[in-house]
Design a protein around this ligand. Structure first.
Ligand code: 8YV
Length: 321
């Protein structure tokens, strides 16, 4: 029997590619060329499956041009690069990679919060620049994590994993805001209390954003929201670019409306707003919250298993539609 044809749109672990090649006729992109939408459509011709990452947009126009396509397996938990209703309408299965990255991403969110509050990047740049000549009582004095109030916007799996670290490991008071409130047992397990978005903004010493991107979440944190935060507060975004108005944030950091920010995601990434590059009180990382070798491998394997499960056995493991 002829193997189904699939496209692996970005470079992937060789062992995952080898696994896919056992089951499929694979067109791979191990040189990791960043295709334009038109090139992606060209490479998808005749393919029943696509292994995608957050950098490939799957929308109605692409679907109309790729009639053979039956499934797109995203190697990411976030799927704002997919127009899921359009995929459903076109009869194309969509899958993502939940759970396998939860703890790793929570670790990173915590690390970025700590680096931000304790001014690690700023102080390292100072040291590397040869500016460290003596001790001073207030040199790079930041804010405490332990015993402070952590606000979490978006209380899904990753938000809950961060809350547990904060409440049980660091004695933090955890407050959260989410579209829907967690049930009492889950709130207790996370050591977290539900508050309004306004209370979250006003009472958080550290505000972590972990909500999925949606049009409603666009600029959920802009100038008006930043103005409501404590001047000593830190803001950390490990969710998606576009949830924060990056221009407004850069301005707020410059004017010390809030103390500091930690960002792993950006509007229009990999481009970063030029003003963010010039303010010192921000820690900037290049979208690496899920980037440990075991977790990235688990994500790639789950995306591959979704392709195998759906195209060979009619059942995706982690479907979105
Ligand atoms: C991915 C992520 O690295 O899973 C997600 O939603 O943001 C990251 O883990 C990225 O989306 C690449 O696909």
């Amino acid at each position: 029997m002829k193997k189904p044809a699939i496209l692996v749109a970005r470079a992937v672990f060789p062992e995952v590619l080898a696994h896919l090649q056992q089951h499929f006729e694979v067109t791979a992109n191990q040189d990791d060329v960043l295709w334009t939408p038109a090139q992606l459509i060209e490479h998808l011709q005749g393919k029943q499956g696509a292994f995608t990452t957050g950098s490939q947009r799957i929308d109605a126009a692409l679907l109309a041009a790729c009639p053979a396509l039956k499934i797109c397996a995203n190697m990411a938990v976030g799927y704002n690069n997919f127009d899921v209703p359009a995929m459903t309408a076109a009869g194309v299965k969509a899958t993502n990679t939940p759970d396998v990255l939860t703890e790793t991403t929570a670790d990173f969110g915590f690390a970025l919060m700590m680096a931000t509050a304790r001014r690690m990047a700023e102080s390292e740049h100072f040291l590397r620049a040869g500016l460290w000549t003596s001790w001073r009582y207030d040199m790079f004095a930041g804010s405490d994590i332990h015993g402070s109030t952590l606000g979490i916007l978006g209380m899904g799996r990753i938000g809950q994993a961060i809350a547990k670290r904060a409440a049980h490991g660091f004695g933090m008071k955890v407050i959260y805001h989410n579209r829907s409130r967690l049930d009492a047992a889950l709130e207790a397990a996370c050591g977290a209390s539900y508050v309004s978005k306004q209370d979250l903004l006003q009472h958080s010493d550290h505000l972590l954003l972990v909500l999925p991107y949606s049009p409603e979440a666009h600029h959920a944190i802009g100038a008006a929201e930043l103005a409501q935060m404590k001047p000593t507060a830190t803001l950390v975004n490990i969710a998606r670019g576009g949830i924060v108005d990056d221009a407004a944030l850069a301005q707020a950091l410059k004017n010390h409306v809030i103390a500091a920010a930690g960002l792993d995601v950006y509007e229009g990434e990999p481009a970063v707003h030029p003003d963010l590059l010039t303010v010192p009180n921000v820690v900037l990382t290049p979208h690496i919250a899920s980037a440990t070798t075991p977790t990235r491998l688990a994500m790639a394997q789950l995306a591959a298993d979704n392709l195998v499960g759906f195209l060979l056995h009619g059942k995706a493991l982690t479907p979105l539609n």
